[in-house]
Design a protein around this ligand. Structure first.
Ligand code: NAG
Ligand code: NAG
Ligand code: NAG
Length: 980
């Protein structure tokens, strides 16, 4: 019984052996053993002794690096990664016919890849990464039909990549980078329907990227960098919706980027196309690439401006972005205001270029603390980190930045004390720490900031008394704002040192005592706000000598005694004495004459005043009358027709400066409030003290600044008239006159104005306009911006024609602009053109038109090149003159040449240049070359040049009139004038 069991067992064993022999197709078990030993003999050095145990004392399936199948004891995997092996790979590897994995990464194997590998029909992985293999890829490899992973990089393989892939249908990954492969990319790769990753970079490959790659529907990563590939941006790209990485840097690729990048590749994370010859515009469609992490388009021939939405950077990207900036050793300015940045500034900030002189991260969502490494950036002159979410201390190290002139940290959540080291910043002119959570006292070291013009520490938690030293900063000529803190104590006598200060705000503190008489030397004070403190006593006589004072707020203190008489004689715009203990008579003159300009409630012992105040009558004992001298500036008798009333802003200008009288209407009391004129102080604040940084242009009579109106955040352009120049005031009046009744979508809109005196006591006049974010046409025609395309140019040509048609024909009078030129044409966000600068404009009455030429004026109007020839001969201005300027402008836009271009010296003008070209049919040759690239109708281009030439004829009477121009333009395109 027992023996029969054994017999059965032996039979079973034999049966298994037999069966196995069938499976192995007659190969002997000892073959694998043999092959492995043959492989071992080719290894000349085995520093770690891995192969020492490859001998018959152990079953070969237990040899290191060898794995066998569980059932059949055949070698399925040979993995000798990183064993330091030196030698070559034996052809006997081809005998290991059950092999699925060959992994020999990170050794020092040389010689060729044995073609016998092609016999391994079960092979799935062939990975010879990081060795010294030479020779070609054996074509026999086509026999490995199950291969799904082929990694041969880096090695020293050469020759062409064989065209074997049609039979390797399972391949998902091919990595052949960093070899010496030549020739073209084999087209059979396109047949690999499962291919996900293809890396062929760093080879001397040539030819183009096969179009048939559009069949690689599963492709996720394509890397072909540093080859010699030629051709256009791969069109196959559109079909590859799975693509995450496309890297083709350092090739000879050219052409435009596709317009709808990322629409069909929503998962694109890395796009590297640097160091090629790509051209055209860097399309804004990059913005569609919501998952993009790396985009490198450097060293190409792109033009245009790039807009990047940093709001889509996640905090990690943000850190990487900043870290990478520290590699930019020539970085001088970093301007990322309003870029929707979210994240924490990394310490690598301190590694930024020593050349960095300007950093502005204003109005973002940067949080965390300000790294103290910022103290390493010695080159900084301006630091603007306002309107973020910074917390923690202002680092002491900031005191090391000796060159800083402007330090702006407002609207954050900085806490702790103001570091006394700020006193080391001796060049500091502007210090804004307002709207934070700063505590402690105001450091007296600020006395060392001898150049400080502007100090704003308002809205913090500062306590203690205001150090005397602050009041010794005689440089403080602009703003001292310490409002909304917990400051206490009395105002020291030293306040009299602030002789040039214009704006003093100490409101909402706990200051007390009487006001020092030394105030009398603060002669430039325009705004004085002491409200919500505990001051007492009388309003000192000292204030009477502050002739520029406009805004005075003494409310909610304990002031007592009668209201001083001098107040009614000052040019105050606003006086708030409410909630005090003033007593006696309220006057009726000056600021007291207008209830909207004073506030006196909450004083129980007052009497008199204008009836609207409803105060009790004064008894004779109350009554004290001072002398009265009314300033003519305050009360201006005016009237406005009801139509103008609708035009609140424009009419406001009229209200103050352009005094007109409509006989049919009675004097009308308009609420001055609704037209509240903007003050010098607010414009000052809006333009950061009319800083050079905000200066966007200078003209003959004015400088134009960009500004942000504090309360609304509205961005405006502020034209400050140079009243010292002869003509400055005249220009201001001309502009007011011209803009009086006119309103058109193609004219710049005036929002408000300012007529006041500046902090030095000089007259100051400014007009405030809508800000045109795309700047002037001039900057687009002749400088940095991307080129205007034909459609944009035609629109601008039409916009300007519409504006002129309105000015000449549809606004009641004939308004002649007199200075039409590209720098006076401004473009808004939508590239709609607006004609601006009416400083030379002239209004002709309707009868005046017919005899326009008699309307002589000895002053030359306009700008050389654009002004018509007749103005040079003393002829009066006329609508025809504007037409000449318009024609010149039109020709400039079509040819890209300025009328004063060198080409036109020696008698040739832009007009004759165009006329000659029209005569001999060579118009296309004189056009701006950029316009011809487009798929445009040549006839339209010629018609436009014709209009330009007919408008710029020498004889005023031969020129077209604007209505004909508009009519002809409409026939070129369909858009019509909108006269709203
Ligand atoms: C090969 O061996 C290395 C190191 O011994 C190991 O890390 C790796 O996972 C192995 N590869 C495979 C596919 O088994
Ligand atoms: C690359 O191959 C070329 C011939 O095709 C040869 O001349 C050159 O030396 C090789 N370069 C290297 C680094 O092997
Ligand atoms: C792709 O494979 C098919 C057969 O499977 C073959 O006919 C065709 O020529 C191959 N294409 C390329 C480009 O090799």
């Amino acid at each position: 019984m027992c023996s029969s069991f054994f017999l059965k067992a032996i039979l079973l064993y034999l049966a298994i052996l037999l069966q196995m022999n069938v499976v192995v197709s007659g190969l002997n078990l000892s073959t694998d053993d043999d092959a492995l030993l043959k492989i071992k003999t080719r290894i000349t050095d085995d520093p770690r002794g891995v192969l020492r145990s490859w001998n018959n004392s152990l079953p070969f399936c237990m040899w290191p690096g060898v794995t066998c199948g569980r059932r059949h004891q055949r070698v399925t995997s040979l993995n000798l990664t990183d064993k330091g092996l030196v030698g070559s790979l034996s052809p006997f590897i081809g005998n290991l016919s059950f092999l699925r994995y060959i992994i020999l990464n990170d050794n020092q194997l040389h010689g060729s890849i044995p073609p016998e590998i092609g016999r391994l029909s079960r092979l799935e992985i062939l990975s010879l990464r990081n060795n010294f293999f030479t020779g070609e890829i054996p074509t026999n490899l086509s026999g490995c039909s199950k291969l799904r992973f082929l990694h041969l990089s880096p090695n020293r393989l050469s020759g062409r990549i064989p065209n074997i892939f049609s039979s390797l249908q399972m391949i998902r990954t091919i990595v052949l980078v960093k070899n010496n492969f030549t020739g073209e990319i084999p087209p059979s790769i396109s047949n690999l329907t499962y291919l996900e990753r293809l890396f062929l970079g760093d080879n001397p490959l040539g030819g183009s990227i096969p179009d048939s790659f559009n069949q690689l529907k599963k492709l996720r990563q394509l890397e072909l960098g540093a080859n010699g590939l030629v051709g256009e941006f791969p069109l196959f790209f559109y079909n590859l919706s799975m693509l995450e990485l496309l890297s083709v840097p350092q090739n000879q690729l050219y052409g435009n980027l596709p317009k709808n990048l990322c629409l069909s590749q929503p998962h694109l994370k890395i796009l590297e196309i640097s160091d090629n010859h790509f051209s055209g515009f860097l399309t804004p469609s990059i913005l569609n690439c919501s998952e993009l992490e790396i985009f490198d388009a450097s060293i190409n021939d792109f033009k245009g401006r790039i807009k990047i939405d940093f709001g889509k950077l996640n905090p990690v990207d943000f850190k990487n972005f900043f870290d990478s900036l520290s590699n930019c050793s020539n970085l001088e300015q970093l301007e990322l205001s309003r870029s929707r940045l979210i994240g924490v500034l990394p310490n690598s900030l301190g590694n930024f270029s020593s050349k960095l002189n300007y950093i502005s991260l204003d109005d973002n969502y940067v949080s965390g603390s300000l790294p103290s490494s910022i103290g390493n950036l010695f080159g900084l002159t301006l630091i603007n980190l306002g309107q973020n979410n910074f917390t923690g201390l202002i680092p002491e190290s900031i005191g090391k930045l000796r060159n800083v002139e402007g330090l702006y940290l407002p609207l954050n959540a900085f806490s702790g004390i103001i570091p006394p080291s700020i006193g080391n910043l001796s060049f500091l002119t502007q210090l804004y720490l307002d709207w934070n959570k700063l505590e402690g006292t105001i450091p007296s070291t600020l006395i060392n900031c001898k150049n400080l013009l502007y100090l704003d520490l308002s809205v913090n938690k500062l306590r203690g008394s205001v150090p005397k030293e602050i009041f010794q900063l005689s440089s403080l000529s602009i703003v001292l704002d310490l409002s909304q803190n917990n400051l206490s104590g009395v105002l020291p006598h030293e306040i009299g040192n602030l002789k040039s200060l214009g704006y003093l705000d100490l409101s909402e503190n706990s200051l007390s005592g009487e006001l020092p008489s030394s105030f009398s030397t603060c002669v430039n004070l325009q705004t004085l706000n002491l409200s919500r403190n505990f001051f007492h006593g009388s309003m000192p006589e000292a204030l009477s000598s502050l002739r520029g004072l406009e805004y005075v707020n003494m409310s909610r203190n304990n002031f007592s005694e009668p209201i001083p008489t001098y107040l009614q004689e000052m040019d105050l715009k606003y006086l708030d004495l409410s909630y005090n203990n003033f007593e006696g008579e309220v006057f009726v003159k000056g600021v007291f004459a207008n209830t909207s300009m004073i506030s006196i409630h909450g004083n129980r012992k007052l009497c008199g005043g204008i009836p609207e105040l409803h105060l009790p009558k004064c008894t004779t004992s109350d009554s004290k009358r001072g002398s009265r001298k009314l300033s003519a500036r305050v009360v201006i008798a005016i009237s406005l027709s009801s139509t103008i009333v609708g035009l609140a802003l424009v009419s406001f200008i009229l209200f103050y400066f352009c005094i007109t009288r409509n006989k049919d209407e009675p004097l009308d009391t308009i609420s001055t409030k609704s037209f509240e004129k903007i003050s010098y102080g607010r414009l000052f604040k809006a333009t950061k003290g009319f800083s050079a940084e905000n200066l966007i242009g200078t003209g003959s009579f004015a400088s134009v600044y960009k500004g942000v109106l504090d309360e609304s955040g509205l961005i405006v352009a502020i034209k400050v008239l140079n009243l010292n120049l002869q003509g400055g005031f005249k220009s201001f009046m001309a502009e007011c006159d011209a803009l009086r009744n006119i309103r058109h979508r193609n004219l710049v809109k005036v929002i408000t104005s300012c007529s006041s005196i500046d902090f030095q006591g000089n007259d100051f006049k400014a007009l405030v306009y809508d800000f045109m974010s795309n700047g002037s046409l001039e900057s687009w025609l002749h400088s940095i911006h991307q080129m205007l395309d034909l459609a944009q140019r035609i629109n601008i040509i039409k916009d300007v024609a519409c504006a002129l048609e309105y000015l000449h024909c549809h606004c009641g009078n004939v308004v002649v602009h007199c200075d039409l030129k590209p720098s006076n044409i401004l473009l808004d966000t939508d590239m709609v053109a607006h004609v601006g600068d009416f400083g030379l404009a002239k209004i002709l009455s309707l009868e005046g038109v017919s005899k326009a030429n008699n309307n002589s004026s000895s002053v030359f109007r306009g700008t050389i090149g654009y002004a018509p020839p007749e103005y040079g001969f003393g002829s009066g201005v006329s609508a025809n003159g504007d037409i000449y300027s318009y024609g010149t402008l039109l020709l400039e836009m079509m040819t890209g040449k300025e009328p004063v271009d060198l080409v036109f010296e020696g008698g040739l003008t832009l007009h004759s240049y165009a006329r000659n070209a029209l005569a001999d049919g060579s118009v296309l040759q004189i056009l701006d070359p950029g316009l011809l690239n487009e798929n445009t109708d040549e006839q339209s281009l010629i018609s436009l040049v014709k209009i330009g030439a007919q408008c710029s004829l020498e004889s005023p009477h031969d020129r077209m009139d604007i209505e004909t121009v508009v009519h002809d333009l409409i026939s070129i395109t369909v858009k019509t004038c909108n006269q709203s």
